[in-house]
Write a protein that binds this ligand. Structure first.
Ligand code: B12
Ligand code: SF4
Length: 498
């Protein structure tokens, strides 16, 4: 049976211009293709996004579509794609999966009647079992764990499916299902031949705002060092990828795995560059491994520091100390690796003034920072708490991308938060230290990344000063623009026929 795996046309992340194959479809396709004929439709790379997408669905009339939604901010695109599919192919059965639909399945099913089922959580086995039953013509899926659907108006959840214990039992990600030669696929800030890979799932901490830990049920599982290095090698040798963002929430959760990974990378002389994400305390624990990581190709370490105020860290249950953040930044810098941190500002107690404290706190050490606005991601404890307190003022999920303010603070409006963050961004990136780091980089990878950010600053300036349009990937159109265009061309056709 042919199964379509779809990523809806949606905007690609403008800041880093990160554009990679959908990370949920890669392992899913690999797991399913042993028994099914898998066809991937990546709506982000189509020449004329929605028009081509509609055309493919009209022509193929798929029996079944699995659609992935990796982030809350793409849920409307996902829903619109489902509507379009049902419009041109009403009999297609649509199964959605990925972080957002899985975290709020009932809300998603009720908001989009075109979605027939949602796979909640890890997708491989649940979707495989579903497809096997569907292929046999079964109509009752109530015995398949991990599935949500509406029966009439009643919401049904079949219950949690146990997680896959050993991720090494999964096949290699199915890169071959995507057109990896597409020049668009890269993370522009990291250079042309770059992409993202993920070697583990989840984290065992319980930060209240984090959708990852809740999605993976507060468990960490990782692939072995052998499999990690195999994937790097495949991507380098078959697809020419040499620079990687490693998306693991907690790269060095397991110290032994990190040691083995470094040894294997060095032994096999893989020759790629990569950057990782982790927590400050785990980095301090593994400080002796940093030179090995660097030798293995690590050029940047991003730490989820989140805030410069201990009270905020305690409030979000970060279980971390501000002093650890400073120590960890110093440590990475001392190793001449690019220091990156995620900072989440816009908490209830944040004021214009104390948002600048962040600057004083981190500026001396940082090369980059993932500046985020604290976002109540649906399905997280933080969302529930903020909703209960009546603080959520922005309900448009397309803005839940960490760049838009969703809640005011005690003293700042949504616009003031966004404005202050933009100012901080300018202050950070247009600082003499940043230019100095570009001219005398501590690591050779720092210069090209800095140059990307300076280019980005230039585009932003043009946007703000001269109203230049925001960058989007070629061929991209919003769904609303597409509907308008369709209506105009239908009207023209009607006039010609009249
Ligand atoms: C790689 C990555 C990226 C890459 C590329 C992503 C892409 N092509 O979509 C880059 C760097 C470009 C990126 C950008 C952004 N990202 Co990002 N990204 C990740 C990251 C680090 C890894 C994703 C991954 O590999 N997951 C592993 C796979 C196996 O898990 P999965 O996708 O959940 O898939 C499983 C299930 O969900 C399910 N499933 C998934 N799809 C489907 C479909 C069907 C039919 C079925 C049945 C099942 C199913 O089965 C899969 C296998 O079990 C995650 C954090 C993380 N560690 O997961 C953040 C994350 C997904 N990103 C996030 C965000 C917000 C963004 C951005 C919007 C911007 C930002 N400010 O960070 C941008 C824009 C995205 C874009 N596509 O343009 C958030 C989403 C939060 C949320 N709940 O909304 C995350 C969770 C980070 C975080 N901690 O907050 N991202
Ligand atoms: S440490 Fe990071 S990945 Fe883990 S729960 Fe906290 S924010 Fe999420």
């Amino acid at each position: 049976m042919r199964v379509f795996l779809v990523d809806a046309p949606h905007k690609v992340w403008p800041l880093m211009r990160g554009w990679t194959p959908n990370p949920g479809i890669l392992p899913l396709g690999a797991y399913l293709e042993k028994d099914f004929d898998i066809k991937v439709v990546d709506g982000t790379v189509l020449e004329n996004s929605w028009r081509d997408f509609e055309e493919i669905m009209r022509k193929e009339k798929p029996k079944i579509v699995g659609i992935s939604c990796v982030a809350a901010c793409f849920i409307y695109d996902t829903m619109n794609a489902c509507r379009l599919i049902k419009e041109v192919s009403p009999k297609t059965v649509i199964v959605a999966g990925g972080s957002h639909p899985a975290l709020v399945p009932e809300e998603t099913l009720r908001s989009c009647k075109e979605i027939d089922y949602i796979v909640v959580g890890e997708g491989e086995i649940t979707f495989y079992e579903f497809l096997k039953a569907f292929e046999k013509g079964e109509k009752d899926f109530s015995q398949i764990k991990g599935l949500a659907y509406l029966e009439g108006d009643k919401f049904i959840y079949t219950g949690d499916r146990p997680l896959i214990e050993d991720l090494d039992t999964l096949p290699m990600n199915a890169y071959h299902l995507f057109d990896m030669s597409n020049p668009g696929y890269n993370i522009a800030s990291e250079g042309k031949n770059s992409t993202a890979v993920t070697f583990s799932r989840g984290c065992e901490y319980k930060c209240t705002f984090c959708s990852e830990t809740i999605f993976w049920r507060h468990r960490w599982r990782g692939k072995s060092a052998q499999k990690m290095v195999d994937e790097f090698q495949l991507l380098k040798e078959k697809y020419g990828m040499v620079t990687f963002f490693v998306g693991d929430d907690m790269f060095n959760w397991n110290r032994k795995r990190t040691e083995e990974f470094c040894d294997e990378m060095i032994r096999r002389k893989v020759g790629v560059n990569f950057w990782i994400q982790t927590r400050a305390d785990f980095l301090l624990r593994d400080k002796d491994l940093i030179p090995r990581l660097k030798e293995a190709g690590c050029y940047q370490i991003m730490m989820g520091l989140e805030h410069h105020n201990q009270k905020v860290l305690n409030d979000i249950n970060k279980k971390a100390l501000v002093e650890q953040s400073i120590e960890a930044m110093k440590l990475v810098k001392k190793n001449r690796i690019s220091v990156m941190a995620t900072l989440m500002l816009g908490h209830w107690g944040d004021t214009k003034e104390n948002m600048y404290d962040f600057y004083r706190f981190a500026r001396p050490y940082l090369h980059h920072y993932g500046q985020c606005i604290i976002t109540p991601l649906p399905g997280t404890p933080f969302y529930k708490e903020m909703k209960r307190l009546g603080r959520i003022k922005e309900t448009d999920y397309s803005k839940y991308d960490y760049l838009h303010a969703i809640m005011p603070t005690k003293t700042m409006s949504l616009d003031e938060i966004t404005g202050t963050l933009m100012n901080l961004h300018r202050k950070f990136y247009l600082h003499w230290r940043f230019f100095l780091q570009t001219i005398f980089p501590e690591h050779p990878m720092i210069r090209p990344i800095h140059l990307h950010f300076l280019r980005y600053a230039w585009y932003t300036f043009k946007q703000e000063a001269f109203g230049a349009p925001e960058w989007t990937q070629p061929g991209y159109q919003t769904y609303e623009e597409y509907l308008k265009e369709k209506e105009t061309s239908n009207a023209k056709r009607r006039m010609q026929n009249a």
